[in-house]
Design a protein around this ligand. Structure first.
Ligand code: AHM
Ligand code: MG
Length: 342
């Protein structure tokens, strides 16, 4: 039998390789994995809960049936708060930052998360996921965290990852140390087991992931890129395959393993926007994972991780995936005339 490595053992092994590690960061990762297991359980019986909770708001245990994304948010907030290691939390579900109920004297971590990304897919049993980022506070311990703690650039993250609730549940995370590892949940033993060690993403992919329904609103460089990957070419080979789930976390996970590019450009026509995806709890953590696996994440104009956030729910354009594909779209964007940029 192959040796099985649980996520706990992997986290411990990583901790031992960091001189002076106190175990606080490991503890935080254990708590996130635990929250992932609880959310997995609920995601898996979501249809059933609805069926049983016919009134719409009371389940079989007599508890209120929460919307799954509210539920996932509560699980994460409670699990992280209990640990006492986190001084402030930013969540997609909450307008303002959350100050955990229990804050230990050495609570130095700032955590941002999207509790259930792709939640519009829930009712159709399509893959969804949790995305998280971890940074260290920059203000002194035992003081009230400020914007300086909450709005740190992605380059300051010390850990990031995601959990996809799909055909199986997988947790992928990375740390400053640099490797990206994946752990598949074995529901029969209730453990995340290491299934993907030191993930490296292909230099160039074969998959294009974007909502082409919005193509009419995009700048010409994006249209040029899409046309170029639809055409057989010496360098790129056969045309790319279009794959778009509509759950960022699942689209990025698939492309991480197979190679490819996910893009969510700004609209320069129609209902104007500078991107839909949120910087702090969607783009940044996925960027850290993808870059540590050898890929790139760009706003179209530069590295996502270099952006200085100015708001908790700030949005950004996102081009993420295989290095050569992301470099190519950056080049096409750079080569546009100012009129074409809109
Ligand atoms: P959510 O966090 O509210 O689920 O929204 C983000 C989701 C992403 O997962 C996905 O990539 C995107 O929205 C899909 O948007 P669109 O429907 O415009 O293609
Ligand atoms: Mg989301």
């Amino acid at each position: 039998m192959n040796s099985m490595v649980t996520i706990d053992r992997h986290i411990l092994e990583e901790e031992r390789s960091v001189p002076g590690a106190t175990g606080a960061f490991s503890d935080l990762l254990y708590n996130i994995a635990l929250a992932g297991k609880i959310i997995h359980r609920e995601v898996n019986r979501a249809g059933l809960v609805n069926l049983l909770g016919k009134t719409g708001d009371i389940n079989v245990q007599g508890e209120t049936v929460a919307k799954l994304d509210d539920y996932a948010n509560d699980v994460l907030v409670n699990t992280l708060s209990q640990g006492g290691r986190v001084c402030v939390i930013g969540s997609e579900e909450c307008e303002n930052v959350i100050h955990p109920a229990t804050v230990g004297p050495d609570a130095k971590y700032v955590v941002h998360f999207d509790p259930l990304d792709g939640s519009s897919n829930i009712d159709a049993n399509v893959s969804i996921g949790t995305i998280f980022s971890i940074s260290e506070r920059v203000t002194p311990l035992n003081t009230t965290p400020t914007e300086a703690d909450v709005l740190q650039p992605g380059t300051r993250m010390i850990g990031a990852g995601y959990i996809v609730y799909g055909s199986s549940t997988i947790m992928v995370y990375t740390t400053k140390k640099g490797t990206v590892n994946g752990f598949t949940l074995d529901p029969s033993v209730g453990e995340f087991l290491r299934s993907h060690q030191n993930i490296r993403t292909p230099e160039r992919g074969k998959i294009l992931s974007c909502n082409v329904g919005h193509a009419q609103y995009w700048e010409p460089a994006v249209e040029r890129f899409i046309r170029s990957v639809q055409t057989e070419d010496k360098q790129k080979g056969t045309p790319y395959t279009l794959r778009y789930i509509g759950s960022l976390v699942a689209d990025v996970h698939r492309n991480l393993l197979y190679g490819g590019i996910f893009l969510y450009p700004p609209n320069i026509r129609g209902s104007l926007h500078r991107g839909k995806l949120r910087l702090l709890y969607e783009a940044n953590p996925l960027a850290m994972v993808v870059e540590n696996a050898g890929g790139l994440a760009s706003t179209g104009e530069g590295r996502v991780l270099d952006l200085q956030p100015t708001a908790l729910h700030q949005r950004t354009p996102l081009y993420i995936g295989s290095k050569q594909d992301v470099l190519e779209i950056e080049r096409l964007i750079r080569d546009q005339s100012p009129e074409e940029r809109g």
